[in-house]
Design a protein around this ligand. Structure first.
Ligand SMILES: [Fe+2]
Ligand SMILES: [Fe+2]
Length: 201
């Protein structure tokens, strides 16, 4: 079954499903991400329904424990890099995407990529992938210092806001002495190259 984002009922169905499956806190966060992504999509004129959908399902993997996720990855023969295997916080993104496909018949490859890369980012992300990454940081439930500035910037200079978000994320990883996924470094540098080119042009 192909996901059809023109069909409101399909998006509603997955929204209801997430409300049932996820715990209250995770559901509220997911709804916040869906709403922030939809609002950005509307502003930048990309598919609003698809952005809402990707937001509402992006943390599906989080309702499984880390050991359950590892077990599922083995069953599905998903190969995980050593950074992801070492850092529990990264597991739910790539495995969650595979489980959305296997268990909930989500087929849209861009949505699945947005879920896969929402914790690390990657160089060359599509607009939808970038929107989910940023929405995850600025959804209304987030209250870290500086979030208000990034929220406003998101509607003025999207890539600059994204750069602020990924740098915030990288700093937090360094402060906690965790492994920094190389994709996050590539993502940050890719954004910086783009912004510099844009400023020169
Ligand atoms: Fe997540
Ligand atoms: Fe999230």
């Amino acid at each position: 079954m192909l996901n059809n984002f023109d069909n409101d009922k399909m998006v509603d169905r997955y929204h209801k499903l997430m409300k049932e499956i996820l715990d209250e806190k995770l559901y509220r966060h997911s709804l916040g991400v869906a709403e922030a992504a939809a609002s950005l999509a509307e502003h930048y004129e990309i598919d609003v329904q698809k952005a809402f959908f990707a937001g509402i399902v992006h943390d599906y993997g989080k309702h499984y424990s880390s050991s359950e996720l590892i077990k599922k990855a083995e069953e599905l023969d998903i190969s995980l890099d050593r950074f992801t295997l070492q850092e529990d916080r990264l597991l739910h993104a790539p495995i969650g995407a595979a489980l959305l496909k296997k268990e909930l018949q989500v087929t849209d490859s861009e949505v699945l990529r947005a879920v896969t890369y929402h914790t690390t980012g990657r160089s060359g992300m599509s607009s939808l992938e970038k929107m989910i990454y940023l929405a995850d940081y600025i959804e209304k439930g987030r209250d870290f210092s500086g979030v208000e500035k990034i929220r406003e910037l998101a509607y003025v200079n999207f890539d600059q806001a994204l750069l602020e978000a990924v740098e915030f994320a990288i700093k937090a990883v360094l402060e906690r002495k965790l492994l920094l996924h190389p994709r996050s470094v590539a993502f940050r540098n890719w954004l910086l190259f783009m912004l510099r080119e844009h400023n020169l042009g």
